[in-house]
Design a protein around this ligand. Sequence first.
Ligand SMILES: *Cc1c(COP(=O)(O)O)cnc(C)c1O
Length: 396
Amino acid sequence: MQFADLQKLYARYREETEEALLRAAASGRYIGGEEVEAFARELGEWMGVRHVVPVANGTDALQVALMAAGLRRGDEVIVPSFTYVASAEAVALLGLVPVFADVDERTFCLTRRTAEAALTPRTRALLPVHLFGRAAPMEELRALAREEGLFVIEDNAQAVGAIYLSKSAGTFSEKCSTFPEKCQHFPAEAPHEVKTGTESPLSCTSFFPTKNLACLGDGGAITTDDDALAGRALRIARHGQAARYRHECLGCNSRLDALQAAVLRVRLRHLDEMLRRRRAAALRYGAELAGLPGICLPEGPSEAPGHTYNQYTLRVDGGAARRDALASYLRERGVPTMVYYPLPLHRQPAYERYAPQHLLPVSERLCGEVLSLPVHPELAGEEQDCVIRALREWRG
Ligand SMILES: *Cc1c(COP(=O)(O)O)cnc(C)c1O
């Protein structure tokens, strides 16, 4: 059993993928062109967002978004400490200040309360991460951003396709003119389902091979409903170029190539099905592992219906030694696991200088408790059986 079976995923869509790859290879258009434009259009339609700006990877997406937001050296950006390093790296690289905030132990995400504890007069932006494929509580975070005049950039790298209930009528009515077919079912003010990465001024995602929507290498995108921000992000990612050889702002070179776009177009057509399979595996784990002593399961699909389970991450009582003992026991039983993440970012050598004065107790504790089980869309029923049996027979 593999933790993420990329060969099996490739094999499932092999014919379509190879056809698309060969078409792109023969086209002579490798940078930009029809494949990239078509992918951006199709992803925007699938997500329900006006603009998709394809870039080279998810980390670049964050960097370009932070640049497009017009943040200045020294501005503070609130970032959860319990996340992948890229979320804070892009902030620090630009000379902005990542201010680490704690997360909620149930959702693993930034909340209004944990973000408020990190506010200072220099705070300019919130950078919530939809960790493990679960939407952060965007309603309350957006309310905080509104009250404090903060910019919001979502890190949607792990959660393409995740859904949450939104009440923001403003962007919603605007969205209705773009996607009337999505909007006819509810009145404008009622809470309605939206996908992560579609309502904030800027959002970032990654097509790294293990993400929900994955290519055969590196890839990423910025999503936004804002025409001006989309234009700025695109210009920044193309050397700040406004017209050919006219460079109006400082930029970089960050592009999704045509071969990856061709593969992503194929996979996008199957994304709903892939997400369904992730949810089905999570549902089964939830049902069959419930009540195991000393193990706390993540929210199931009934508790968090929009969760995409990019990871299925449990918490093991008793600290890192017991968690690590479970991981090695599972390895002996043929079940690979991963620890996402073993150290909070404010304890990483490169980021200690940004460690806050106050403690981030939940982030600290989670790093000693979390263990992610295999949950990819190709996980066979027998493999799930094996995971379930092994966990049930653990006598740690
Ligand atoms: C994967 C990931 C990124 C970065 O994506 P890359 O494409 O690998 O650069 C950023 N943030 C989070 C939370 C991620 O999981």
